[in-house]
Design a protein around this ligand. Structure first.
Ligand code: HEC
Ligand code: HEC
Ligand code: HEC
Ligand code: HEC
Ligand code: HEC
Ligand code: HEC
Length: 505
């Protein structure tokens, strides 16, 4: 018997039971490891992917579960004592600050609580940064995000963190993204994700709140010059260069004249549309509201709406409706070969290398390994059979071409996720996808018959075009000349993407 008349056995801490002992044991180890890794994180100035996942996700979860186990053990113990000695152990704890032991316990509880709070604030802050890092977004689910991460790493936005476009600033979208992140982790663990990952991402944050954090559309002005290098699929891989002056334009008269693409599409006019397919490629209805509030509605002749517009989702056009692939750029075989030939990573003196390379890359392979093997085997076999002398004299160039074709494959084709250029439309331009011609096709008409401009100089002028030997130049703009004669003027009647699909037409 002791001072307050309880048996000694009942004075022992409630945590002295087997269940709590296990909980406390595990919690101590987890806490020790967490503090250790956190210290490492601070000293090394950053966290590697795997220590990050352990420190910020696995250890805290183990710690909290173990503490819950310890508490449950104590509750069971209290209940057991209450059942045995209901007269000395009441049903619920009593807190009597006149008993010195209770005061000491309280002080301990407060101290431990504050320490825990401090530690979790620091860890939480680091965890926030870690879960927003490019390596967490891009590499955690290796196979799943490999295409996006690879394409991103080779793009103009390679130094922009994923979260700047996918989440943006502010708490609301942060919470939303972490909630949907939980589902994504589940989908990855249980192999429930779609291949390829579908676009458009339905709840992507409005582009004004992400892109415009860095790009300010009013600040754009003037025109952008682009030089596109093409190589024809003939024996000589004949080069054909088009120089365009694209009327990007701007919207602030204090900087320069207003006008151009950005001005018309997103500043002066509000443009809304209804698409009848998931990828927003078939546009049936367009509404323009200009700065005076005048409304003009254009309807597709080819595929009109089946019901009245109120029955559909009306989308307001923003940056993503043109720049939908600003960073996850998967090059088509044609584009990739044009680039490799232009930069001499594939030698132009190899006969038919353009045509042959495009043809091999455009096939479907069931794995990367098969594709790489096929590229090496077929290129060698082709030159050995058709150009035996050249095969001996230019062995090194042929090897280099094979290396580059394999690189192109690795960076742009992802059979595991079924990702390649032809699954994600690219809406800037009109060569391989309909892009601007989804609306600018002269087939979207107002009741009065007015159409959306398809004139070749509405968006750009061609200032030069032709082969190395024969280039036409005119700074006021040339009429487009199709590089191959047999196509003639067919481009005037047909859209470019009816023949051009990214491979040899
Ligand atoms: C410059 C802005 C930007 C950055 C940076 C960015 N993304 Fe994207 N991402 C987009 C846009 C735009 C889309 C397409 C949205 C659409 O069409 O609905 C997209 C689409 C995706 C998709 C859907 C599949 C696809 O290929 O379209 C995934 C997955 C994705 N991004 C992951 C990532 C990861 C991981 C990172 C960082 C390594 C990242 N993104 C960085 C803008 C960005
Ligand atoms: C965190 C800042 C940041 C954000 C957010 C951002 N960008 Fe960029 N963007 C850049 C930088 C930096 C460049 C590269 C400029 C350069 O290399 O000249 C760039 C380049 C571009 C280019 C020119 C690409 C080229 O081929 O030269 C386009 C188009 C573009 N961004 C569109 C977008 C769109 C669309 C979004 C929203 C989905 C976006 N950006 C979000 C920083 C950003
Ligand atoms: C109607 C389609 C369209 C819309 C909408 C649009 N752009 Fe563009 N943008 C273009 C075209 C076309 C170019 C020319 C360059 C090219 O072809 O990539 C361009 C060029 C750019 C460039 C490169 C400019 C330079 O001077 O090099 C940036 C950056 C850019 N856009 C950002 C944006 C942002 C941010 C938004 C949303 C506020 C936006 N764009 C909306 C079509 C569009
Ligand atoms: C959703 C439909 C839609 C898409 C897609 C679209 N536009 Fe437009 N665009 C319009 C409408 C509507 C107008 C206003 C037409 C008018 O005022 O006569 C317009 C006007 C323009 C103008 C001013 C034309 C003029 O007559 O002076 C330019 C430049 C332009 N768009 C460029 C582009 C480019 C470049 C793209 C592709 C990157 C594009 N647009 C894609 C609907 C679209
Ligand atoms: C609504 C705007 C618009 C109209 C109308 C338009 N284009 Fe384009 N065109 C673009 C854009 C945007 C690009 C892409 C520029 C870039 O980023 O390379 C482009 C690219 C091109 C290219 C370069 C393709 C390449 O890959 O080298 C050619 C050639 C071209 N256009 C010809 C034409 C012809 C011919 C017409 C008339 C039938 C026409 N364009 C009408 C917007 C337009
Ligand atoms: C009737 C089919 C057809 C139409 C329509 C067509 N082309 Fe072509 N185009 C071809 C063929 C065939 C070739 C030669 C094979 C090749 O180069 O892939 C070619 C080659 C090209 C090339 C050079 C080679 C390359 O692929 O890099 C360019 C640039 C080009 N076309 C631009 C255009 C533009 C821009 C339009 C639309 C204004 C257009 N074409 C419309 C069939 C067509």
């Amino acid at each position: 018997m002791t001072e307050n008349g309880q048996p000694k056995k009942l004075q022992r801490s409630l945590f002295q039971n087997k269940v709590s002992a296990v909980g406390i044991g595990i919690a101590s180890v987890a806490l020790f490891l967490a503090v250790f890794f956190l210290a490492l994180d601070f000293l090394s100035g950053g966290t590697s992917l795997y220590t990050g996942i352990i420190t910020f996700f696995i250890l805290p979860i183990i710690l909290i579960l173990a503490l819950i186990v310890a508490a449950v053990g104590a509750l069971i113990e209290r209940r057991r004592r209450h059942m045995k000695h209901p007269e000395v152990v009441p049903r619920f704890p009593t807190l009597d600050l006149n008993v010195s032991k209770a005061r000491r316990t309280l002080v301990w509880v407060v101290v431990v609580f504050i320490a825990f709070l401090l530690l979790s604030t620091v860890a939480g802050y680091r965890a926030y940064h870690f879960s927003d890092s490019v390596s967490f977004c891009g590499k955690t689910c290796h196979q799943v995000m490999k295409p996006e991460f690879t394409a991103y790493s080779n793009s103009p936005h390679a130094r922009v963190d994923c979260v700047h476009c996918h989440i943006g600033p502010g708490a609301g979208w942060f919470v939303r993204s972490k909630l949907s992140g939980m589902y994504q982790i589940y989908a990855t663990l249980f192999n429930k994700y779609p291949r390829p990952i579908p676009v458009p991402i339905k709840n992507l944050r409005p582009a004004q709140e992400t892109c415009e954090q860095c790009h300010w559309p009013k600040q754009f002005y003037g025109a952008v010059q682009k030089e596109n290098y093409h190589f024809l699929p003939d024996e000589a891989n004949t080069p054909w260069t088009v120089k365009l002056l694209i009327k990007v334009g701007g919207g602030d008269p204090t900087f320069a004249q207003v006008g151009g693409i950005h001005w018309h599409m997103s500043i002066e006019n509000k443009i809304e549309y209804i698409a009848t397919d998931k990828q927003r490629q078939k546009i049936a209805w367009v509404r323009k509201t200009d700065e005076n509030g005048t409304v003009t509605v254009y309807e597709s002749e080819d595929e009109p709406l089946q019901k009245t517009p109120e029955n559909y989702e009306v989308r307001r056009m923003d940056c993503i409706d043109c720049h939908d692939r600003p960073t996850h750029i998967y090059r088509s075989p044609n584009t990739a070969l044009n680039l490799a030939l232009q930069t001499n990573r594939i030698d132009r003196s190899l006969p038919y290398i353009k045509s042959k390379g495009v043809e091999i890359l455009s096939r479907t392979y069931d794995s990367e390994a098969t594709a790489l093997q096929t590229i090496a085997d077929e290129i060698k076999a082709y030159y050995k059979a058709d150009y035996p002398a050249l095969y001996e004299s230019k062995k090194a160039l042929i090897e280099a071409a094979i290396d580059e074709l394999e690189n192109i494959y690795r960076n742009n084709f992802f059979p595991h996720m079924k990702v390649r250029w032809d699954v994600y439309p690219d809406n800037v331009g009109h060569l391989v996808w309909q892009g601007c011609f989804r609306c600018h096709d002269e087939k979207h008409k107002t009741k009065a018959g007015q159409t959306i401009n398809k004139q070749c100089n509405a968006c750009h002028i061609i200032i030069s075009q032709g082969t190395a030997e024969e280039t036409a130049v005119n700074l006021n703009g040339l009429e487009f000349k199709h590089p191959t004669e047999d196509v003639g003027d067919a481009w005037k009647e047909m859209n470019c993407n009816e023949c051009h699909t990214g491979v040899n037409p």
